[in-house]
Write a new protein. Sequence first.
Length: 159
Amino acid sequence: MGENIPLKPMGKEDIRKLELALIMGTLFREDVLDKIREAEDRLTWLDSLIIAAGALARERANYTVEKIAEELGRSEATIRNHLSGKTEAGKLVRDTFERLKVKGGTLELPIITTRAPAEEMKSLKEKLTLAEEKAQRLEKKLNDVKESLTKILNEISAL
């Protein structure tokens, strides 16, 4: 996100921008990614994070708890819990907001790649080739041992 995020939203568009920044800024933190990986119910956890971000963005726009609850389709108690930091999602989103404030409303997201760098890929291919060759050698040795055992058993049977 190249533009500054409105820390005090003045309308629906500003609320949407802040909400999205809070979601993305929280979601892509390394500690949060680890928590999501470990979470048994990821969907519930992510939903909680999204609701907490939406609640905080609307609170910053001076919405009442009642109006926030109505817009987000959650109970007032749930919204209060998120906004007061009684939920982990609420604490994380609040922390992300504080980070945004320190950076003047600038959101920096880490670049996450799903492709390994070329050198790493080359190294992995070499390791795979070596492992395949080793497996072939071991299979040949195993077959040789089987043949030897078969010969020995045949000799013993002949006695």
